[in-house]
Design a protein around this ligand. Structure first.
Ligand code: BGC
Length: 441
């Protein structure tokens, strides 16, 4: 099942790349010479950490995902994940210790609405306390309305395969927005819609034929809640973050959704994880994420891409990070700290080149349930759910690195990345091959 869906993903990706290459890609633009020194990102810059509800909370109510687990569609059981539900205060203290200003969480629809027309005060009280604790620790909440999880009763109604979900989704989202607008959060309506659709297809939530309808419904729901958010929270900042797809961003995210919600995005949220190179084109793995290539400079191309498309909108890296296999050192020898510093260097370069970047969230504060498996680890703090019943949060080398970055507004002005930019990466084929970003000599 996994290798079949991987082949489907690859076929989609290869087709998208072919379209892109035949079309010739975006014209290369002359790039400024690499500056010798990079300036810090300034006091207003929003350093943050990101997580989702289901992946971290534990004590999960009935949902599409609890059913996928019960149906044996995942490698690992869920257990209680990293038990954020009862440990959120100490995790918030860890985030505050990093010096970040934004803490992204998800509000689980399944937790607050256990049945049609019924909202659970106790479910809401958990988020009341969580949001109050984030604010009391001096951080701004970033709230995700849908990070791929919906209630079991909505599964029974057909989920995203049926038209009724849009009104059901909006009814819940309005309650959430009305309750939390006063906390002045940043809003994410849908997390990575294209990957949401892919995962629902992979796990049987919808049939592949229903994918276009799911995109239509997500667009309707996003546009509907955007107007509501702005009605109750004037000046709100709302996005739906894209999972940047190397070489195929327009063919995948652009064609399916971004352009249909573009006039209802206050900022462009971008998630950047992996690079692409000719030899990794056919070997991208959804199961062994730690085997996929890392090209930190690709974040520069991703930002550039969206700065060109939306010159008037600010950009925000809503997620970025790297996987290890069970917390072991990576085969390529790249450490979390080095990757983080290299990545931040490219953010500073993007800003130096005039890109309006307002924030960056690390995914994630701690390891968590990586949609079916505890093997890929993305945390600044590692947690061994499979073997450590105490669920102790152990710092990786990136904790000290990120703390220094938030204090100093970035890496040192004379920083040089530990990993040189790829000669001709496919993250942005035309720009990266014809006119690649370079390190100063
Ligand atoms: C998702 C997260 C996920 C992360 C790492 C993003 O696609 O939003 O839920 O854990 O990537 O794979």
């Amino acid at each position: 099942m996994r290798s079949q869906s991987r082949r489907r993903t690859l076929a989609l990706l290869a087709a998208a790349v072919a379209v892109f290459l035949v079309a010739g890609g975006a014209p290369a633009q002359a790039r400024p010479a690499p500056p010798d020194r990079v300036a810090p990102l300034g006091a207003e810059f929003l350093w943050g950490v990101a997580a989702s509800g289901y992946q971290a909370e534990g004590h999960a109510p009935d949902s599409n995902w609890s059913r996928y687990v019960a149906q044996g569609k995942t490698d690992d059981p869920y257990f209680d994940s990293i038990d954020f539900y009862t440990r959120f205060r100490s995790d918030i203290a860890l985030a505050a210790g990093l010096g970040v200003k934004v803490y992204r969480i998800g509000i689980e629809w399944a937790r607050v609405q256990p049945a049609p027309g019924v909202w659970d005060e106790q479910g809401f009280r958990f988020y009341d306390e969580l949001i109050a604790a984030i604010r009391a620790a001096g951080m701004r909440p970033m709230l995700t309305l849908d990070h791929w999880v919906y209630p079991g009763w909505e599964v029974d109604r057909g989920g995203w395969a049926g038209p009724g979900i849009v009104e059901d989704w909006l009814a819940n989202a309005r309650k959430v927005v009305d309750r939390y607008a006063a906390a002045d959060p940043l809003w994410v309506t849908f997390n990575e819609p294209a990957v949401y659709v892919l995962n629902e297809t992979r796990h049987g939530g919808i049939s592949p034929a229903a994918a276009p309808a799911m995109f239509d419904r997500i667009a309707q729901a996003h546009n509907g809640i955007y107007d509501h958010i702005h009605a109750v929270q004037p000046g709100a900042m709302v996005t739906s973050n894209v999972a940047y797809i190397p070489a195929a961003e327009d063919a995948v995210n652009g064609a399916t959704l971004v352009h249909r919600i573009a006039d209802r995005l206050d900022f462009i949220g971008i998630d950047y994880y992996y690079g692409l190179s000719p030899d990794s084109l056919t070997s991208f793995s959804l199961a062994e994420l730690w085997k996929n290539p890392l090209q930190p400079e690709g974040i520069y191309y991703a930002l550039r891409h969206y700065a060109r498309l939306f010159p008037d909108k600010p950009l925000y890296i809503v997620e970025n990070g790297i996987p290890t296999e069970n917390g072991m050192p990576r085969a390529d020898g790249y450490t979390r700290a080095d990757n983080l510093r290299d990545t931040v260097y490219w953010l500073q370069r993007a800003v130096a080149d005039g890109i309006d970047l307002i924030g960056y969230n690390y995914w994630s504060l701690t390891d968590n349930y990586e949609w079916g498996s505890y093997a890929p680890r993305f945390g600044l703090y590692t947690v061994d759910v499979r073997t450590d019943p105490t669920l102790t949060r152990r710092p990786t080398d990136a904790v000290a690195a990120y703390t220094r970055i938030t204090r100093e507004g970035g890496v040192a002005p004379d920083y040089r990345p530990t990993r040189a930019p790829a000669a001709c990466s496919l993250v942005d084929a035309a720009a990266s091959c014809a006119d690649p970003v370079a390190e100063p000599r």
